[in-house]
Design a protein around this ligand. Structure first.
Ligand code: PEP
Ligand code: MG
Length: 324
């Protein structure tokens, strides 16, 4: 399937009306990295570090993690990698951690909540990332940030880790950026100061959609009821993109929907200029974007909203069918 898109591999995802969307890939294991050049991705927009923890039956040590992250950066070469700190809890339970007995794990003690309450592992991870960067640029994002304070506290852990590395005489990253994953509707309404302070935001669409519609992402029956192209959801995404535009905060979208061509097109029409997806989706998404006129898609979406359509999908599909 990659072969089909070989001719556009090195070309940008620029639409007919001249808007360029940066396409990145999601990864989680070393084995994913070889897809980076062949997929045509500009970099890794989401590296899920918990996968490394999930496949083992013992907590990895700092040195081992630093080696792994260094390997990941070596394999990516001059392409950037966004490392997401440990996202555990809910559907991801570590084999060597006592499972929490919670009635609603998806709404429970997970991701950055664990990282901030029991900071040992987060600290080790941040140190391993700083060591791995060893003077190279580094991008780190924190999962499941629901309020400004959680970002501040996570960033403070990073600042402490940097101070420690400095004291030890280790090289610091040539450029360091920390970001937040926007996966709960609350963060979309965070104070302006949050948007000014955070260095980038990535929308975790899988979780965001689950919380937006109050529909379990693992439960087919309710999940399928709500279309990603539902006007309420798209309008929310558009609002986030507008806020990020005002504060010049780099924004990307890294849920599964980013890899579905029609969804990707609509996200781009709502203002997204960076999408991170599984490597095999880059070709199809790029191909559709390069054949599309974003301002026309925006008009189609706006008409559907004005008509009171529940989802813009039928209107967008009809528009695309007429394009041939
Ligand atoms: C998401 O929630 O959209 C996301 C990218 O993270 P995960 O699927 O790992 O929860
Ligand atoms: Mg998530």
């Amino acid at each position: 399937a990659q072969e089909r898109y070989a001719s556009i591999r090195e070309k940008p995802a620029t639409t007919l009306d001249g808007e360029t969307v940066s396409l990145l890939m999601n990864a989680g294991l070393m084995a994913d990295l070889p897809s980076l050049p062949s997929s045509g991705a500009e970099g890794v927009g989401l590296f899920r570090t918990e996968l490394q923890f999930l496949i083992r039956n013992q907590m990895p040590g700092r040195t081992e993690l630093a080696e792994l992250y260094s390997h990941v950066m070596d394999s990516a070469g001059d392409k950037s990698v966004v490392f997401r700190t440990l996202d555990i809890g809910s559907d991801k339970v570590l084999p060597f951690m006592a499972p929490q007995d919670e009635p609603n794990p998806a709404l429970g003690w997970r991701a950055i909540r664990v990282g901030l309450d029991k900071p040992g592992v987060l600290r080790m991870q941040l140190q391993a990332l700083l060591r791995a960067a060893n003077g190279r640029p580094l991008k780190v994002m924190f999962p499941f940030i629901a309020q400004y304070d959680e970002y501040k506290a996570a960033r403070a852990e990073m600042d402490k880790a940097i101070e420690r590395e400095k004291r030890l005489g280790h090289k610091l990253p040539s450029d360091l950026k920390t970001g937040a994953m926007l996966e709960t509707p609350s963060l979309g309404f965070a104070p302006q100061k949050f948007f000014e302070e955070v260095e980038f935001i990535s929308i975790g669409g899988n979780d965001l959609k689950q919380f937006f519609f109050a529909a379990d992402r693992e439960n087919e029956r309710v999940r399928k009821r709500y279309d990603t192209l539902n006007v309420s959801f798209l309008s929310f995404i558009e609002g986030i993109a507008n806020r990020c535009n005002t504060t010049k905060t780099p924004l990307s979208f890294c849920g599964e929907d980013a890899g579905r061509p029609v969804e990707a097109l609509c996200l781009a029409a709502m203002g997204l200029r960076a999408l991170s997806m599984r490597p095999a989706s880059i070709g199809p998404v790029k191909s559709l974007l390069r054949r599309s006129n974003l301002s026309e898609v925006r008009d189609v979406i706006n008409e559907a909203r004005n008509r009171g359509d529940q989802s813009v999908r039928p209107a967008v599909m009809e528009y695309l069918a007429n394009q041939g």
